[in-house]
Design a protein around this ligand. Structure first.
Ligand code: BEZ
Ligand code: FE
Length: 314
């Protein structure tokens, strides 16, 4: 196992004004705690625990953490635990707003450039996926009663050599135009989510809702942290996808709406990537729909999202 080298440089030199004897006491503690994990049987767990120890102590020493601040941190984590249940996950939210979720995705989804086409980029999963979304046919509607402007979404799933992928499973989920996912209502509704399969040519199409910006849950400790730092909880408008197919890397991603002002202002969980920003073309009432759906005097939109899946072990 390729353990990161131990940083034995004491934090506390002339530059930080920490006397050398004090720096030595602090470094001795780091070394003792690191060594306490020496007998961890699983080499990966040993690496994680020892590296975490080094980074955590480096942080404490760098900022010269006060005991009051340490207590506040414990209170913050305790509050995150208290607000977390099977529907609300404050720790994932914390990871998201710290960019840790997106960094983990970056580390694990290195851009695959081995084929003719680049694989579609991944982005943050978020807390609102459910396993039991209904199946819809090609051209079906995911709304299930959720309010919003109807939006025709279509595309093709291919591999990085350009071969269409028939039978790929596509999960889609999104908030309604009040900014809420179905699971955030207490009435048990299933709306704004579905799954479907690509046809024999790798094509898919469905009716969704034109995405609108919405805030991540911000009534807990993470919301307070955002407020204290002058950050908005709002996410850029998006539509979630998870695409799975045999022998290809599962893709978790979203598409964003070109022109959404929130993209420029900043997505609260750092999920936006340029390649995922798509044009949503506005359609006037009465414009014929792609599958003959009668939308009366409603406006609607349409977008295209072609998806390229990397090889599984790339
Ligand atoms: C979401 O896109 O649904 C989401 C992602 C991260 C945190 C909260 C919500
Ligand atoms: Fe979302």
């Amino acid at each position: 196992m390729n353990n990161a080298p131990t940083d034995t440089t004491p934090t506390g030199t002339a530059a930080t004004g920490i006397p050398p004897e004090q720096a030595r006491v602090e470094q001795d503690l780091v070394d003792t705690v690191v060594a306490s994990f020496d007998n961890t049987v699983d080499p990966r767990l040993k690496q994680l625990l020892q590296s975490l120890t080094r980074h955590l102590h480096a942080f404490i020493r760098e900022v010269r953490l006060t005991e009051t601040e340490w207590n506040q941190a414990i209170e913050f984590l305790t509050a995150a635990g208290h607000i977390t249940d099977d529907k609300r996950q404050e720790f994932i939210l914390l990871s998201d707003v710290l960019g840790a979720s997106m960094q983990t995705i970056a580390v694990n989804n290195e851009a695959y450039t081995g084929g003719a086409a680049a694989a579609t980029e991944a982005t943050v999963f978020g807390p609102f996926f459910t396993e039991d979304a209904p199946e819809i046919p090609h051209g079906g509607d995911i709304a299930g009663g959720a309010h919003g402007q109807p939006c025709w979404v279509e595309g093709t799933v291919t591999d990085t050599d350009g071969n269409p992928v028939p039978g790929a499973r596509i999960e889609v989920w999104e908030a309604d135009d009040d900014g809420f996912y179905d699971v955030q209502y207490t009435d048990g509704r299933v709306a704004g989510r579905a799954h479907l399969y690509t046809d024999e040519n790798g094509k898919y199409a469905f009716w969704g809702l034109t995405p609108t910006p919405y805030p991540i849950p911000h009534d807990g400790p993470v919301g307070k942290m955002l407020e204290a730092s002058g950050r908005s909880p709002v996410r850029a408008a998006h539509l979630h996808f998870m695409v799975t197919a045999e022998n290809l890397r599962t893709l978790v991603t979203h598409i964003f709406v070109d022109g959404d002002p929130q993209i420029g202002t900043g997505d609260s969980v750092f999920g936006v990537k340029d390649s995922l920003i798509k044009k949503f073309e506005h359609q006037e009432p009465g414009t014929p729909t792609p599958n003959g759906r009668d939308l009366g005097n409603q406006t609607w939109a349409r977008t295209r999202f072609d998806i390229v899946l990397a090889p599984k072990d790339a």
